[in-house]
Design a binder for this molecule. Structure first.
Ligand SMILES: O=C(CO)[C@@H](O)[C@H](O)COP(=O)(O)O
Ligand SMILES: [Fe+2]
Length: 228
């Protein structure tokens, strides 16, 4: 079992006027990585930021924090090189946004980034499965992408369980509505990369929330390894 519990705060709902400071704060509170939500106003009905902001964040934060780019964009092919140059570590694109996932995976690797593949709630996990052997991480969206602060969709958990059963060492990420109230479901289903936005950002004690999410997830991983 190669995977471990990792918590990646989504900074979408942070004070965007202080983005650099917010990212530093998250790392100081024990985040394992940063989940950066890129929205183009076309693939989703919202706009956030692009590679120039990522480049500034990389300069501000230094080489260490792992940047997981959640690319909610219609043309994921277009941003691979700029994001790599800006300092992204993982490029997570949506299966729904491309006709040629195989080529995109190759391009991401050629640009020295890890590959994440995301599916929206209405996309079946069977559509992702053929690519699972070629990616580093599968992202199962637990809300309709576009906005932070939405309600967790519990009915996505069978997708996570199925992926975990078929690909025992794959990194599986969940994103949307995940926090102390919903983490048990994600962890029990087999997710190990946990994105959490509002639950961490709006907490008065983000360090404790991150620690709680990680411990619930780590406990489930340990239990699964004992059950095998
Ligand atoms: O990608 C998205 C939304 O599209 C997410 O990363 C959210 O921003 C997570 O925020 P919460 O749902 O945890 O508030
Ligand atoms: Fe996201």
């Amino acid at each position: 079992m190669a995977y471990s519990a990792k918590i990646g705060p989504s900074i979408l709902n942070s004070d965007l006027a202080c983005l650099g400071a917010e990212c530093v704060r998250m790392m100081e509170c024990g985040a394992d990585y940063l989940h950066l939500d890129v929205m183009d106003g076309h693939f989703v009905p919202n706009i956030t930021f692009g590679h120039p902001v990522v480049e500034c964040l990389r300069k501000h934060l230094g080489p260490d924090p792992f940047f997981d780019m959640h690319m909610m964009v219609s043309k994921p092919e277009q941003w691979v090189e700029p994001m790599a140059a800006a300092g992204a570590n993982q490029y997570t694109f949506h299966l729904e946004a491309t006709n040629n996932p195989g080529n995109l995976i190759k391009e991401i690797r050629q640009n020295c980034m890890k590959v994440g593949l995301a599916i929206k709630p209405w996309t079946s996990v069977e559509e992702l499965a053929p690519w699972a052997g070629q990616i580093d991480m599968a992202l199962v969206m637990t809300v309709e992408p576009g906005f932070g602060g939405q309600k967790f969709m519990e009915d996505m958990m069978p997708k996570v369980s199925w992926l975990r059963s078929q690909f025992p060492s794959l990194d599986i990420e969940v994103d949307g509505g995940v926090g102390p109230d919903t983490i048990h479901k994600c962890a029990d289903a087999g997710a190990n990369m946990i994105v959490s936005g509002s639950a961490i950002m709006k907490s008065e004690d983000p360090r404790s929330v991150i620690a709680l999410l990680r411990s619930v997830c780590a406990e489930a991983i340990q239990k699964r390894s004992l059950d095998r």
